[in-house]
Design a protein around this ligand. Sequence first.
Ligand SMILES: [Zn+2]
Length: 341
Amino acid sequence: MKFYQMMPKIELHLHLEGAIPYDVLFDLIQKYGGDAEIKSVDDIAKKFVFRDFKHFIELWVWKNKFLREYEDFRLIAKNVALDLKSQNVKYAEIFISPSPFKRLGLSCAGIIEAVSEGFKAAGGIRISIIVDMVRDNGPAEALSTLYEIEEVRRCGIIGIGLGGSENEYPPSLFPELFEKARNMGFKTSVHSGEASGAASVDEAVKLLRPDRIGHCVRAAFDGALLKRIVESNISVELCPISNLRTGSVIAAELYPLDKFVESGINFSINTDDPKMFGNSLVDEYYLIDKKLGFGRSKTVEFILNSISGAWISVEDKKTMREEFEKEIEIIKKNETNCVKS
Ligand SMILES: [Zn+2]
């Protein structure tokens, strides 16, 4: 575990609202009058145990009740960034879903500005913003959010995502959103193959033509589809422990990473909603090394390969990879010296 804690890492599929450190969320709950079930910070972790994907969405909505002012977004952004820094995460592309907060009188632009200020206040970590549209609010709402964020794209927005209830709101509702986002110069990612099956992923590939697919786990056994994803130059954002917690995968040992590796698909390893699932990138890599049996050198390769799917320039990817390799060499050397002494 310590080895993966020290490793330089990146996150490409992480939701700001699912990564709020428990002590910060506890303070926010107290700020708004508390919740009878939550008497201590520990009670938050106990509450975040899910029966299924639907229950996860219910708890997601419960937690969001305690985000009401721009200041709250500044606070969580700063603390999420500090938390990532403490895990030696060097770069992150973080989803934020501003539209559910419009009903409180907050604007998407104002939320993005607050989040950007929070990230900057943490300092020492490079973070880009992906504005996540909520399927459940329908395509018209997603389009209106897209136009709203245009005015604050200088805050570090690099792309859009599409999350929410995958089964009820299929890809066929959102081609216009993806087309418009592309025309505006945004990168695109879609949550697909998490709660629904390979047919939904196939539809997402054909109709949305995304740059990346989040999860994709339920398409892992469809070799022909994975081949089409590779040919379409789409990267996948894998989230093993998240899929385990929401029941997409029934046992950690059964996570089909081998299928993605065999397909030659470009993938990154991510935590999704770490404070709701009780995971970290260290846990993810430890699982891959030990429980999935890939071993350390292959797992380190996966850490480096995660950089390939990042929405940064080719030069930046090259530089980041070189910096990671240098740091990894030092970590390995120190480890060898420790063993010798
Ligand atoms: Zn997600």
